[in-house]
Design a protein around this ligand. Structure first.
Ligand SMILES: CC(=O)SCCNC(=O)CCNC(=O)[C@H](O)C(C)(C)COP(=O)(O)OP(=O)(O)OC[C@H]1O[C@@H](n2cnc3c(N)ncnc32)[C@H](O)[C@@H]1OP(=O)(O)O
Length: 408
């Protein structure tokens, strides 16, 4: 099989996009397609061609990723990856991943990030699961709505989601530096948050948006749709929450109180919240919150030294890492990482190693969502100097759990 892997050209976008849709078995709406076109960074997108047929696609988005300590680090958001069924398991994906990581490095982005259709795919390319989604299906019949002193002072306003976008984005922008894993997005990406595709959530009504105001200022918002349902006893619909964000506890409680109280519903379901979400402490019984966990954001250190130096460390750390990275061999070897809560440096060293691990484990530990100790318990990190593992594991931690609020 002779194929040609090259950077996408504008004129090829339609064929490339059709190949992507076909590989996922999707038929996007005209609105979705228009947004995909707008958000494709063509010069960062790759296509693999077999004659005039596009058989492989991969895109990258120029994000900024919040890391522990609050810095925003340039990160390539890997997306739109597909290979046609006729060309699978012949190394097309591998060739795109190799080319893409070389491009990311050339651009000087220390990190690549993605969310995976199937998590088993990307470890071999050095991506480690780094953050988790908490899914909740809350029994709002049995659980009382959240209450906090001052909740009655929060004014809620039902608004058109698109008209309210700028207000919501101001809130979102304030939240981004406060939590590792959150992304600063290129302009246009905010439209994805309000794209309401009829039929995408079968049975659900129109997307609603509620703004929460304190003293006339927007301090939070929620977006949701009601999925009505009826049984012999009456209404038992579900409120499907897409987003619920707030800048202070009382606003968060007010938004959840609203969601708990929506007529004709008996549960509220939200696909993703951080694992340390405050709702768990605003209700008296977590068991009735129907909690589920799954991995969400994968992180791949592309320039290892720059990536490790870009975040801060919870406790002082001075550790020599013996790093394996067969897919990006420029990262292989020994690195001394020294840092604390103010900053860090990471440079090559000839000193004896304290810990041995691969770049994938460093991706998993990078945002503080998974500990080096838990990875060691799975045999994926080896301690070479007694005491080094516990010290590094604590230092890599984060007070706030990493979280990615949406897919890309
Ligand atoms: C970031 C994102 O966009 S995620 C979206 C990924 N895309 C999809 O899921 C769409 C449907 N699937 C596809 O298009 C293709 O099957 C792909 C892209 C997943 C794989 O493409 P291929 O060209 O077949 O992969 P390729 O032949 O390069 O395989 C590379 C390695 O990954 C492995 N692999 C490929 N697909 C999978 C999978 N679904 N699960 C586990 N391993 C996989 C291969 O076995 C191979 O393993 P090796 O390292 O042991 O040799």
């Amino acid at each position: 099989m002779t194929t040609d892997l090259r950077v996408l050209r504008n004129a090829e976008w339609d064929v490339w996009s059709d190949a992507l849709s076909a590989a996922f078995g999707e038929r996007p709406s005209p609105e979705e397609l228009a947004l995909r076109r707008e958000l494709t960074e063509v010069e960062r997108s790759l296509g693999v061609w077999d004659g005039r047929r596009c058989v492989g696609t991969a895109g990258a988005i120029s994000f900024g990723l919040t890391v522990p300590g609050g810095a925003e680090v340039p990160a390539a958001g890997v997306t739109m990856v597909s290979v046609q069924p006729t060309h699978r398991r012949r190394g097309v994906l591998r060739s795109m991943m190799r080319r893409q990581l070389a491009d990311v490095r050339e651009r000087g982005e220390p990190l690549a990030v993605l969310t995976a259709s199937e998590p088993a795919i990307y470890g071999r390319f050095g991506y480690g699961a780094s953050a988790q989604d908490m899914r909740l299906t809350v029994d709002t019949v049995r659980l009382p709505a959240p209450e906090l002193p001052g909740v009655d002072g929060v004014r809620l306003r039902l608004v058109d989601p698109v008209t309210a976008l700028a207000d919501c984005e101001r809130v979102y922008a304030e939240l981004v530096p406060a939590r590792p894993g959150m992304l600063t997005r290129p302009p246009g990406w905010e439209k994805v948050t309000v794209l309401d595709v009829p039929g995408k959530q079968p049975g659900a009504g129109e997307l609603q948006c509620v703004l929460a105001e304190v003293d006339g200022e927007v301090r939070g918002y929620t977006r949701y749709a009601l999925k009505p349902q009826w049984d012999d006893a009456g209404p038992c619909g579900t409120v499907l929450v897409r987003h619920v964000e707030a800048l202070e506890p009382v606003v968060y409680a007010a938004l959840w109180r609203h969601l708990f109280g929506i007529d004709l519903s008996s549960s509220v379901s939200v696909a993703t919240r951080p694992v340390d979400d405050a709702l768990l402490h605003l209700v008296p019984d977590q068991r009735r919150c129907g909690i589920g966990l799954r991995e969400s954001l994968f992180v791949r250190p592309v320039e290892l030294g720059a990536a490790l130096a870009a975040r801060t460390y919870r406790t002082p750390v001075d550790v020599v890492l013996e790093v394996a990275d067969p897919f990006c061999p420029w990262n292989e070897g020994r690195w001394r990482l020294s840092g604390d809560e103010k900053g860090a440096s990471c440079a090559r060293t000839a000193d004896a190693a304290d810990l041995a691990l691969s770049v994938r484990e460093l991706g998993s530990a990078y945002l503080g969502g998974f500990t080096l100790s838990s990875l060691a318990a799975a045999g994926r990190v080896r301690e070479l100097r007694p005491g080094a593992l516990a010290a590094a594991s604590v230092a890599f931690g984060s007070d706030v759990a990493p979280w990615l609020p949406y897919g890309f």
